[in-house]
Design a protein. Sequence first.
Length: 131
Amino acid sequence: MIYAVTIIFGVTFAVLHTLAEAFSLYWLYDWLDMPMHILGGIVLMFMFASLRQMSPALKHLPIYASGIGFAGALIAWEIFGIMRYGGLKPDFWSDTLADLVCGITGIVTGYMLVRTITEFMKLTKRQDENR
């Protein structure tokens, strides 16, 4: 179930981002950047949950380690943006702060969704075993 949702969110994000880049929608609609960062955070959490289910080594990873990893990924993404666009934009600090807040919001939302789906799957499995 988590894998299917990961694929759905991942493909949706990839298609939306590709269209936004191809048609310069990020520059036409300033507000589009924020929901894309939120969706990106959700996709990250679902990818992490999928990897955790596939890898026994990741199941024992402390939660703070994944938080540090996600923070590093967000910061690396912003550095990539600086390098890609050739330097700092005039609104760099406010834009970066908004991006990080939206990314963290997406990660928290993704965590809650993953947790809800995982608990629902456990409950459904227990009910099936009791029949």
